[in-house]
Design a protein around this ligand. Structure first.
Ligand SMILES: Nc1nc2c(c(=O)[nH]1)N[C@H]1C(S)=C(S)[C@@H](COP(=O)(O)OP(=O)(O)OC[C@H]3O[C@@H](n4cnc5c(N)ncnc54)[C@H](O)[C@@H]3O)O[C@H]1N2
Ligand code: MOO
Ligand SMILES: [Mg+2]
Length: 426
């Protein structure tokens, strides 16, 4: 049988076509303590001023600043202490001329007072008299109501990922429960007669199914809910039926293996039989050139390569933005950093390469060091990789010391890292 000719597209075009497919995720309301790393389904506005009342930032005395006019070492001012409060209490007294209220950090400033002096700066004559030897100005040491943020300010955006700081704000404004996007359910099906379960002993010709677990871990990190739906032998009918029934149980289906041109690579024919609309099945990238995607009745099927590194890269470059887009995130792609390449890649490659690497900082300068075997079938390169060096395809190789774009596997993502590639038509 002649091998079908595939249309090769650049990476950014494949990414774009994935982003053009959208799907709606429902929302759910969950306890604040369970909201870490979830995506907010609504904008959050402050429901009150912070602080909600004028308060003391120090343990000290609330006073009337004008009472200290002219105070000095030689001419100290003596004030009567009329009350003493800790945080959480409000004094019922009003500070009048010559008076002070002893108060602790976080306590509300009593009526009549307009400044606070720290405990260390006064001498206590007895339990009800203090001596002040300096001039205090009105407003000194008062945390004013609303100085941190005012009521009605938009403080967190729909689509932002809930991190510890966001949790602090949600708690501040009384969100015991938080409205978040439901996690997209991602079905994962591994194909390959050679695949053993993780707990099985090796036998000749077989390998363990590592991709399904790797993808599940990537999906969790991205913010989805992975469902490993098992593995299928390289049999057309079984794979076809497996995929069709798996699609009913998830929002997105990822398969691994069987997308190339081999005798047992059934995915292309399965897409055809299903009537799924192919988005792409050949990308000018390495690893992962055979990464495929197809739309079946509004649901996306990602056909990732069986080769572990190719599978990993395909998930990061295409599945990540697709899921994060549905979660309303704004930085749906991997983060970008310019780094100095630490190895020669002198052989020109027509395809853009994504080299598993480690970004290391020497002082304030980022360097990228390729890690492990640079082959798409390699799994060891994934052990230490925290980044992918992007080596645009073309007629030239890349020398050690060149500045290269690097995609970061951890941390904040980016809005669109493909600008350069797009402009140069890579
Ligand atoms: N004649 C050609 N051969 C190949 C081409 C090509 O263009 N012409 N492309 C090569 C490239 S590039 C890649 S990438 C692979 C893609 O292969 P498939 O996606 O069809 O995947 P399989 O053939 O099923 O498996 C490839 C490789 O990966 C191992 N594998 C599969 N599933 C898993 C799993 N779940 N866990 C771990 N490892 C897995 C499998 O045993 C194979 O070694 O095709 C090239 N060939
Ligand atoms: O598609 Mo393969 O992963 O390029 O090496
Ligand atoms: Mg194959």
């Amino acid at each position: 049988m002649p091998i079908e000719k595939r249309k090769i597209i650049p990476v950014w075009e494949a990414v774009r076509s994935v982003l053009d497919q959208t799907f709606e995720l429902p929302t759910e309301t969950i306890p604040l303590e369970e909201s870490d790393n979830r995506y907010l389904a609504e904008d959050i506005k402050t429901t009150h001023d912070v602080p909600p009342f004028d308060r003391s930032p120090y343990d000290g005395f609330a006073i009337r600043a004008e009472d200290t006019n002219g105070a000095s070492k030689q001419a100290p001012v003596i004030l009567n202490v009329i009350d003493s409060i800790g945080a959480g209490h409000v004094s019922e007294k009003t500070v009048q001329e010559g008076e002070a209220v002893r108060l602790m950090t976080g306590a509300a400033i009593p009526k009549g007072a307009n400044a606070v002096i720290m405990l260390e700066l006064v001498s206590e004559r007895d339990s009800v008299h203090i001596e002040i030897r300096r001039t205090v100005l009105p407003g000194d040491n008062i945390s004013e109501q609303g100085e941190d943020t005012e009521q009605g300010t938009q403080i967190l955006k729909k689509g932002s990922k809930i991190h510890p700081g966001a949790v602090a704000l949600l708690a501040t404004f009384g969100y015991e429960r938080v409205k978040v996007m439901k996690k997209p359910v991602v079905g994962i099906l591994a194909t390959g007669t050679e695949l053993l379960d993780v707990g099985e002993e090796l036998v000749p010709g077989k390998i363990r199914n590592s991709n399904a677990y790797m993808i599940a871990s990537q999906i969790k990190k991205i913010g989805g809910e992975p469902h490993i739906l098992g593995k299928l032998p390289d049999d057309f009918e079984q794979t076809y039926t497996g995929i069709v029934s798996a699609l009913e149980r998830c929002d997105v289906l990822i398969t691994t293996g069987g997308v190339s041109v081999g005798d047992f690579d059934h995915l292309p024919a399965i897409y055809k039989k299903m009537g799924a609309k192919l988005l792409f099945n050949k990308i000018a990238m390495r690893p992962g050139s055979v990464t495929s995607a197809a739309d079946y009745k509004g649901k996306l099927l990602f056909g990732l390569s069986g080769n572990p590194s190719a599978c990993f890269v395909g998930c990061e470059l295409f599945v990540r933005p697709y899921l994060l887009n549905a979660l309303n995130a704004d930085k749906v792609h991997l983060g970008v950093l310019k780094t100095e390449l630490q190895e020669d890649f002198l052989k020109p490659n027509p395809f853009t390469r994504f080299v598993r690497s480690r970004v290391e900082w020497r002082g304030s300068a980022p360097f990228s060091v390729p890690v492990g075997l640079d082959k798409s079938g390699s799994v060891s390169s994934l052990a230490e990789a925290n980044a992918l060096i992007v080596l645009p395809g073309g007629t030239r190789g890349w020398e050690k010391g060149s500045e290269v774009t690097t995609l970061l596997l951890d941390g904040e993502g980016s809005v669109w890292p493909w600008d350069l590639a797009e402009k140069s038509k890579l």
